[in-house]
Ligand binder design. Structure first.
Ligand SMILES: [Zn+2]
Length: 449
């Protein structure tokens, strides 16, 4: 079996080296096995049957348009709620958008369908979010009536959100997980902007947002690559909200590739590949695809950690295209172009990450690197996390040019000194519990800061 475990070097407290194996947490492995290609397919077929899900489409028709679509997603969430003893609760969070002279020609009521799986630890206020966009579009983004199936863009992301909610709502987690199908993406990221702005204003403690947009097709037009074993995760390097002073510090310490969003991307790769067979997570060191954007951007602007998950090979004959046949080529975002086995793996990637994060203790506090003396060894120290029971901590080490962490050292202490020069390596610290669920890594601050 591929990647069922990882071998890392481990320090014991007596500073002797030994090897350990990081096993899959059986509870997460079980949940991953429950992700169903058939469920995902049925969600997408239902979404496509609404004809169009344009944000500007009808909200009064019972079977067509964005209104019927969001009511259906709410109904699904409410079904899960009944089976969860009320652990998960759902609403449609609405806002009226004024005409903007661009992609909104007259005022429109926008609704994000949002299910909240409240954390079981009352002291744990961490929130993790999985987001997809419910709205679809035609070639003409202002066309509110013609068919816009949006099976992949973003029926795939919406289906992943629903499937994760179905499975995760049957368990409880110390931290809170929010499952959201936003609208208004195609008109200008309005639903995610509404949600991210509200989160900022209300001080939500969001530690990670997974924006899933176009995650279900395995092939690219033009290059004719067909491959369902790779998925991309895009992450921003220099935080969108960084001040000049913060940018100067990033530059001085060489931390251009260690933003919180980039650490989340590394985490997504490690945990995804730990739990999902035959899936390689390809990190792209960019906020999004070249000159394009998505629903993670409003979170980044508000200072939250967020990544975009997208299929490896995009087919532009099936994106933002009216359904038609031209020169023998079928255009349009139709359900037959979705690879449901691929979508199953990409959904499982999200589920494994959300679950591992929501089960993990919170991040270690006051992580510091000693800088008093010039030295070829490195001393790190930290305090216990605010919430969760720790077994110990992982120290992560990588060379400055390595995209991924190369060593993962376990210790049950709150400090460590090892023979790795801070001139040549990057370090981070994670909290880990008995089941092996680790927090996001924290890059140490300077002990004098
Ligand atoms: Zn999209």
């Amino acid at each position: 079996m591929k990647k069922s475990f990882l071998i890392f070097i481990v320090f014991t407290t007596s500073n002797s080296f030994s090897q350990t194996i990081i096993n899959r947490d059986p509870e997460i492995a079980q949940m991953v096995s429950e992700v169903s290609a058939d469920s995902l397919k049925s969600y997408i077929n239902t979404l496509v049957a609404f004809g169009t899900r344009s944000t500007l489409s009808t909200q009064t028709d019972k079977t067509k348009g964005i209104g019927a679509a969001r009511n259906w997603v709410l109904k699904k969430f409410n079904e899960f709620s009944k089976k969860s003893n009320g652990r998960i609760t759902a609403i449609i969070d609405t806002v009226t958008l004024p005409a903007d002279g661009k992609r909104i020609d007259k005022p429109v009521l926008l609704g994000n369908v949002m299910a909240t799986l409240k954390g079981s630890d009352p002291n744990d206020n961490r929130i993790f979010i999985i987001s997809g966009h419910l709205d679809s579009r035609r070639t003409d983004v202002m066309d509110r009536t013609g068919d816009a199936p949006g099976a992949n863009d973003d029926g795939s992301g919406t289906a992943a959100v629903i499937e994760c909610a179905r499975i995760m709502s049957q368990r409880s987690f110390p931290a809170t997980v929010i499952f959201v199908a936003v609208s208004g993406e195609e008109q200008g990221l309005f639903g995610s902007t509404f949600m991210a702005d509200k989160a900022k204003k209300e001080n939500w403690n969001i530690e990670g947002v997974f924006n899933n947009d176009i995650i279900g097709s395995n092939n690219s037009n033009g290059t004719n690559i067909i491959d369902n074993t790779k998925v991309r995760v895009f992450s921003q390097g220099i935080p969108a909200d960084a001040t000049e002073k913060e940018i100067a510090r990033i530059s001085a310490l060489g931390l251009e590739n260690d933003s919180k969003s980039r650490e989340l991307a590394r985490y997504v790769k490690e945990i995804g590949e730990r739990y999902v067979d035959n899936l390689d997570v390809v990190m792209v060191y960019r906020t999004d695809r070249f000159l394009r954007g998505g629903d993670h951007l409003p979170y980044l602007k508000n200072g939250f950690t967020s990544v975009r998950i997208t299929e490896m090979n995009e087919n532009f004959n099936h994106q933002h295209q009216d359904v038609r046949v031209e020169n023998g080529i079928q255009y349009g975002d139709l359900p037959q172009f979705v690879d449901y086995e691929y979508l199953r793996k990409n959904t499982a990637l999200n589920l494994a990450n959300l679950s591992n994060l929501a089960k993990a203790p919170s991040v270690p506090e006051a992580v510091k690197i000693e800088v008093k003396n010039l030295s070829n060894s490195t001393s790190l120290s930290w305090l216990a996390p605010k919430t969760g029971k720790v077994k110990g901590y992982y120290i992560l080490i990588r060379e400055t040019t390595s995209p991924v962490w190369q060593k993962k050292i376990f210790t049950s202490e709150n400090e460590i000194t090892f023979p790795y020069s801070k001139d040549n390596y990057f370090f981070a610290v994670q909290s880990v519990n008995e089941a092996g669920n680790e927090s996001l890594p924290v890059i140490p601050g300077l002990a004098r800061e």
